[in-house]
Ligand binder design. Structure first.
Ligand SMILES: *Cc1c(COP(=O)(O)O)cnc(C)c1O
Length: 355
């Protein structure tokens, strides 16, 4: 049965990517060897790493602009501290928009003074704070572009002279932004790029080398840049699949084209949430709604059993909301087809007909 995978992460990847990845496990580049049994320093794998880095910068429009792309391990959570290790000398400003921002703040506090410029914790993170001011004497400003758990997304980014660091784990490559406004972008692969096991970090080199502390080698972005993400053994499979997904995105027409599809999917689900009297959206303001993760609840919880069996019978996977929000979350990353959202909307209508 065809599955419609709304999982929040790890999550849906293009079928063609999965096909190529499984072939490479058996026989990579006609070497009669598996991708995962050759040296990461072999020319065949070095080419994969270089291509993945090049494609990442190309999609973001950051080639020849002083940026480097890295594929490292430790997940986005590792960058919560690695960013601070490398760029926090005295003071940094953080916008708190959810669980991941909160975790990033906790780690950064180990390295210096953290100013929380605003927080939406007072309403269980169901909105994006606006009209806050950012101090000028900071080393950087940190934000989370898309709040995977709560379903909010920053549509505008504040103006500041300080470098902007952004956790884009769950919406990287999903929409066009002027990425040159950011000094560091990081994203765990498993939301919109590949399998778990690698993190893309895009760094403007000029922000590095300005802290006085000693940085352990594995924590040091400069060392990883100097070794082209091969200071130690990279996560070869995760990098390879990420490369395939970035190739797939290029064939699709890049971010510009996928953004149109992502907007269509989001319009479809949100218009049903708004129209159908049985459902209510979790996010307070429409302008803060995420195009990647749509969070919603049943008005009458007693319908949960009926609704759950309806969507499960339709082949839908991964629709349960995060435990801190409850209800439902439809994650609609790049590889999720419009048809899957249509199937979900049909089940919502079916519930209305039954109730
Ligand atoms: C999933 C997620 C993380 C955590 O990623 P790990 O790779 O598990 O460390 C961090 N930030 C955001 C926005 C996420 O969606």
């Amino acid at each position: 049965m065809k599955k419609h995978n709304f999982s929040a992460g790890p999550c849906v990847l293009p079928k063609s990517v999965m096909q190529k990845a499984s072939e490479a496990i058996l026989n990579f580049n006609n070497l009669d060897l598996s991708l995962i049994e050759i040296s990461h320093r072999s020319k065949d794998f070095v080419a994969v790493m270089e291509r993945a880095q090049e494609l990442a910068l190309e999609h973001l429009g950051l080639q020849n602009k002083g940026y480097k792309a890295l594929f490292l391990q430790g997940g986005a959570s590792m960058e919560f501290l690695r960013v601070a290790y490398n760029v926090l000398e005295k003071k940094a400003a953080y916008l708190n928009t959810g669980t991941w921002s909160t975790k990033a703040i906790k780690e950064a506090k180990l390295f210096g003074e953290i100013v929380e410029v605003a927080s939406s914790k007072d309403q269980n993170f169901n909105y994006i704070p606006k009209n806050y001011s950012i101090p000028s004497d900071i080393d950087y400003f940190h934000c989370t572009s898309n709040n995977t758990i709560f379903g909010t997304q920053m549509k505008n980014f504040p103006k500041t002279d300080a470098p902007i660091v952004c956790d884009m784990s769950s919406d990287i490559f999903s929409r066009q932004l002027d990425f040159s406004n950011f000094s560091i972008i990081y994203a765990g692969a498993q939301k919109n790029m590949g399998p778990a096991g690698t993190t893309l970090i895009v760094i403007k080199e000029s922000v590095l080398g300005q802290v006085s502390r000693q940085i352990p080698s594995l924590m040091d972005y400069k060392i990883h840049i100097g070794k082209d993400s091969m200071f130690n053994t990279p996560s070869v499979f995760a990098v390879y699949v990420s490369m395939l997904t970035l190739e797939w995105l290029k064939e699709k027409g890049g971010i510009t084209e996928i953004e149109k599809l992502n907007n269509k999917k989001a319009e479809l689900i949100y218009s049903e949430i708004d129209r159908n009297p049985l459902f209510t959206g979790f996010v307070a303001n429409k302008e803060d709604r995420s195009t990647m993760n749509a969070t919603f609840n049943l008005v009458d919880e007693s319908l949960a059993k009926t609704f759950d069996s309806l969507w499960q019978e339709a082949g839908i996977n991964g629709l349960n909301g995060h435990r801190s929000v409850g209800g439902y979350r439809a994650s609609m990353y790049n590889a999720l087809e419009l048809e899957s959202v249509q199937v979900l909307v049909e089940t919502m209508k079916e519930l209305e007909n039954k109730a």
